[in-house]
Design a protein around this ligand. Structure first.
Ligand code: ZN
Length: 100
């Protein structure tokens, strides 16, 4: 998955830098969105482009028989394998990501 080449220089570059800075300061996507007065989709987009979409706010998979799919490794895991019920990514994947 390589980033798509952009048509020209995106004027959003400054905005992205700001988003990245806020993200590194530990802000959530919602906090960043309200700080820059954009929607969370915009924030998520820029974090993805910057390779920082660590906390994925995509819909978590539905729970079936006490298990659900991890959005990262795509394995069916018990709910206890997720950091919180809202997290779409399992603990193991979180740890793997934290190493980077
Ligand atoms: Zn996983």
């Amino acid at each position: 998955m390589s980033p798509k080449p952009k048509m020209g220089r995106p004027p959003a570059e400054k905005l992205r830098k700001r988003i990245v800075k806020l993200r590194k300061a530990g802000k959530t996507q919602e906090q960043i969105a309200s700080a820059i007065k954009r929607t969370r989709d915009v924030v998520a987009y820029h974090l993805r482009e910057a390779g920082l979409a660590r906390r994925v706010y995509r819909e978590s998979a539905p729970v079936k028989y006490g298990k659900r799919l991890c959005a990262q490794c795509n394995k069916s895991k018990t709910i206890g394998a997720f950091p919180s019920p809202r997290d779409a990514v399992c603990r193991k994947c979180y740890r793997d990501r934290a190493k980077n």
